[in-house]
Design a protein around this ligand. Structure first.
Ligand code: FA5
Ligand code: MG
Length: 381
């Protein structure tokens, strides 16, 4: 179903399919559908919404910070677990390290799950203010705002005592206020007026930590995470008397709001009716959906086993239906007297480009049923 890519070229390094994914390695969980996205770099296409957005964010930083922010946009997405987790203080037992959440190439190598994976190395190399843009990879749920490959932009800004001393403020408060001011300014630059709110949250690498949400299609949509960098990260990189802020923007989420794009799968579409609507440097464009094709709903129920996870189920569905699956939703769950738990999922099939036939959908669903039984150790009902 997917184009089988045998090798990709990342920064001049060729990675062969068989070197990366060894079928005999149980710690490798990168399927073809994901492998084929490596090296596509949507963020470097000037006429693609992700590239247009990236350039607009660059403009904001260039004009407000006198070009102090250095830009990195082709660091390899294949990183060590040290870069992705240890260097940003993700605890050894944190869920994000599991095979259920992250794509592993081998036990020490992952497809980065965030651009924060590059903070420490760039600091050690002496960079103090920078933006890192790139594709990131996560095993995740399936709906209109989640996709297993998406793009982030990391921002990082180090301050010295002279910066906060004259403000009379404590260094952490100074950085937190500067961070919020910077991101609110960015939101105004991109959207003009838009309804937004700050939510307190937790990240292992920042304290305090915040998320910014934007009101979109009658709901709050989380578009970024940020905070004041943990001192340990700065000290590990030889910075003793500094404070810093960092953020990680979800570029698809921002682009959905900016261009009114209703479904995250569209970013990967080659359909001219999508690609031809965007022009280099043009932020004001509102996407005109080509007529919406009808959805097709299929339910599947099974008794789960202890090892069952929703991410594994979603990966099976995605592996079979690719971008023809729009959403996977748990609609019923119960445990019987014997202690067996049943789940019922509703799968929404819909193409963004054409009408699906009944046969086609039935065929997909029957493959899903077979594969779920074979791979996930569940009992179909
Ligand atoms: C992070 O990835 C942190 N590294 C961000 C950060 C950087 C915090 C620096 C503090 C300092 P989070 O997992 O919340 O955080 O993801 C950041 C953004 O990525 C989200 O706000 C959302 O906009 C986007 N995002 C997350 N998962 C998906 C997904 N599956 N599909 C599309 N976008 C996603
Ligand atoms: Mg989050």
């Amino acid at each position: 179903r997917f184009p089988i890519v045998s090798a990709v070229d990342i920064n001049g390094v060729t990675i062969a399919r068989n070197d990366v994914v060894r079928d005999d390695d149980p710690t490798n969980n990168v399927p073809d559908s994901i492998f084929s996205k490596l090296g596509m770099q949507l963020h470097r296409r000037d006429k693609h919404p992700i590239g247009i957005l990236k350039n607009a964010i660059y403009d904001y930083f260039d004009s407000n910070y006198a070009k102090q922010f250095e830009k990195f946009e082709d660091l390899s997405p294949i990183v060590t677990t040290k870069q992705n987790f240890d260097d940003v203080l993700v605890p050894a037992d944190h869920v994000s390290r599991s095979l259920n959440d992250t794509y592993y190439v081998d036990p020490q190598t992952v497809l980065r799950c965030h651009t924060s994976a590059h903070q420490a190395e760039l600091l050690r190399e002496g960079h103090r203010r920078f933006l890192v843009t790139g594709d990131v990879y996560r095993r995740d749920s399936i709906d209109s705002t989640h996709y297993p490959v998406f793009h982030q932009m990391e921002g990082f800004c180090v301050f010295s005592p002279e910066d906060w001393n004259e403000s009379g403020k404590d260094s952490t408060l100074y950085a937190a206020e500067d961070l919020k001011k910077c991101l609110e300014g960015l939101a105004r630059h991109l959207f003009g007026g838009v309804e937004m709110r700050w939510v307190d949250t937790y990240f292992p690498f920042t304290e305090p930590s915040f998320e910014l949400e934007i009101y979109f299609k009658e709901d709050w949509l989380e578009v970024l995470g940020c905070g004041v960098t943990e001192q340990r990260i700065l000290k590990q990189s030889g910075l003793e008397n500094n404070v810093a802020w960092a953020f990680g923007l979800g570029l698809e989420r921002l682009a959905m709001v900016l261009f009114d794009i209703p479904d995250i799968r569209l970013f990967w579409s080659d359909d001219e009716r999508f690609t031809s609507q965007f022009k280099k440097g043009e932020l004001g464009v509102k996407f005109k959906p080509f007529s919406k094709y009808p959805p097709c709903y299929k339910d599947i129920s099974f008794w789960i086993s202890e090892s069952f996870t929703e991410n594994n189920f979603c990966e099976v569905v995605r592996g079979i239906a690719g971008d023809l699956v729009e959403e996977v939703k748990l609609i019923d769950s119960f445990t019987n007297k014997k202690g067996m738990t049943s789940h019922c999922y509703r799968i929404v099939f819909r193409s963004m480009e054409r009408s699906l036939t009944d046969e086609e959908v039935n065929d997909l669903q029957s493959k899903v049923r077979d594969e779920v039984q074979r791979k996930l150790n569940v009992e179909l009902r």
